[in-house]
Structure formats: structure tokens, C-alpha cells
Design a protein around this ligand. Structure first.
Ligand SMILES: O=c1ccn([C@@H]2O[C@H](COP(=O)(O)O)[C@@H](O)[C@H]2O)c(=O)[nH]1
Length: 245
């Protein structure tokens, strides 16, 4: 897979017009992420636009609910023909299994390919102190993220969303067939914003990430196309092939 096909750029904008402007500005991006802000403001219209342009779509709505509700949401997501869908691993095994089954059923009913469900292990904006003292989780952060990834795998999901800082450990335990999607990737010297557990693109490749979700370092750059190209070169220069999943 080319590096350019592994960099997922979020459409973190307020409306469809803003999204289309960004897509047109970066024609070299093949994989776009539609998240909460855009989907809640504008609904699924942008998914049709992206499909019409043959783009890959990551629908990142991070479902977290009881099994019946997760199933309903994932059945509906499956009908859109998107490529990746997020759920929270902490919804638990029954909810993850229901989500996976329903996504496949929704996709099949609509004649679409089944999306890969990937489970968020622990948001990349959370640091060890918050996990311990706010969320009261009595595990080391890396162990908690690993346990959530293993839960996703046991539940039959295709992969996990994790910080690149935990990617190597998750890869070691979950194996090569498990898809790792890593936000919290920051080129050297770029502002980390609200991200807390970050690595550079080169470090993330070496840690075993399959996909890199990189937003603001590209979208707010003076020259977004050049920023995207530089990130692709950083990934490519590691010379670590990734298999198609
Ligand atoms: O743990 C997570 C899960 C999802 N995200 C999403 O990724 C992008 C990151 O954007 P940046 O501008 O590169 O920080 C954003 O859309 C998040 O919703 C995440 O950051 N961490």
C-alpha cells in the first residue's frame, strides 16, 4: 500500500461546503475521515460526495451504547458503503459483537462491502494521570489500551484505534492481521494541540501502525499539500511495507 493511501485526513469542519473546499484543495488525499462535527451538522450527504469521487471513507462516530443501540447504528452505517467505522471498546463484548454482526447485515442488505469495525482503546487526548485520577482506572495506561484492543479482537472486530505510543505493544499481542489506526501522529516540531500521546509519522510506522489519522498538521498548514506530501515521504522513507488488510 502506498504511504498516501495510509494517511487518513479528518474533515473536521462545520459543514459540507467546508468539507468540499478541503477535499478540492487536497485531491491527492485518498482516505478521508468524517467525524462527529460534520456528521451531526450535515448528515450523510458528504458520504455520497466522497463515494462519487472514489475516496475511501472512515466514518468516525465512536459509537458507545447498549448492544441493541450499537447494532442499530452500525447496521445503518453499514448501508453507506464506508470503509472504516469506529466504536468504543469500553461498550463491552456483547455490544461489540452486536455491532459487528449488524454492520455486516446492513452492508449486505444494501449491496455494499462490510466496513471494518475498529474499536477505540483509549482516546489519544487522555494522559495517564487522567486515566487514573479522573476515570479511576486502576491499570497502567498501556495495559488498559492493550486490554481494550484484545477485547475488540476477541469480539471479532477487524482492528483498533490506538495512540502510536501503544501501537507496538498492541501489534505484538494482536498480531499482523489486526488493523491499527493511529491518531495522535505529529510531525516533528508541529503543535500537538489537545493530543497527549503522540509520536512522529516515522516512529508510528516503526511501531506498527497501518493507518495514520493526521488532521491539523495538514489542514492548518500554510501549504496543506506540501505538509501531506512531507508526511507521506516520512512514512515511505522508513521502508517498512504494510500488507493490504
Ligand atoms: O483516540 C482518538 C480517536 C479519534 N481521534 C480523531 O482523530 C482526529 C485527529 O485530528 P488531529 O487534528 O490530527 O489532532 C480527530 O478528528 C479526532 O476526532 C483522535 O484524535 N483520537
Amino acid at each position: 500500500m502506498r504511504a498516501a493511501d495510509r494517511v487518513i485526513v479528518p474533515l473536521d469542519v462545520a459543514d459540507v461546503e467546508g468539507a468540499i473546499a478541503l477535499i478540492n484543495r487536497l485531491p491527492q488525499v485518498t482516505f478521508w475521515k468524517v467525524g462527529l462535527e460534520l456528521f451531526v451538522s450535515s448528515g450523510p450527504a458528504i458520504l455520497r460526495q466522497l463515494k462519487a469521487q472514489d475516496k475511501q471513507i472512515f466514518l468516525d462516530l465512536k459509537f458507545h451504547d447498549i448492544p441493541q443501540t450499537m447494532a442499530g447504528a452500525c447496521r445503518a452505517a453499514g448501508r453507506y458503503g464506508v470503509d472504516l467505522v469506529t466504536v468504543h471498546a469500553s461498550a463491552g463484548k456483547a455490544a461489540l459483537i452486536a455491532a459487528q454482526t449488524a454492520a455486516a447485515a446492513g452492508a449486505a442488505a444494501a449491496g455494499q462491502q462490510t466496513p471494518k469495525l475498529v474499536a477505540v482503546t483509549l482516546l489519544t487526548s487522555i494522559e495517564a494521570r487522567s486515566l487514573a485520577f479522573e476515570l479511576k482506572v486502576p491499570l497502567e495506561l498501556s495495559d488498559y489500551a492493550l486490554q481494550m484492543a484484545l477485547l475488540a479482537q476477541e469480539s471479532g472486530l477487524a482492528g483498533a484505534v490506538c495512540s502510536p505510543q501503544e501501537a507496538a505493544q498492541v501489534r505484538r499481542f494482536c498480531g499482523d492481521d489486526f488493523c491499527l489506526v493511529c491518531p495522535g501522529v505529529r510531525p516533528a516540531g508541529s503543535d500537538r494541540g489537545d493530543q497527549r500521546r503522540t509520536l512522529t509519522p516515522g516512529q508510528a510506522v516503526r511501531a506498527g501502525a497501518d493507518y495514520f489519522v493526521i488532521g491539523r498538521p495538514i489542514t492548518t498548514a500554510a501549504d496543506p499539500a506540501a505538509a501531506f506530501e512531507q508526511i507521506c515521504q516520512d512514512i515511505e522513507s522508513e521502508n517498512i511495507p504494510v500488507r493490504e488488510r
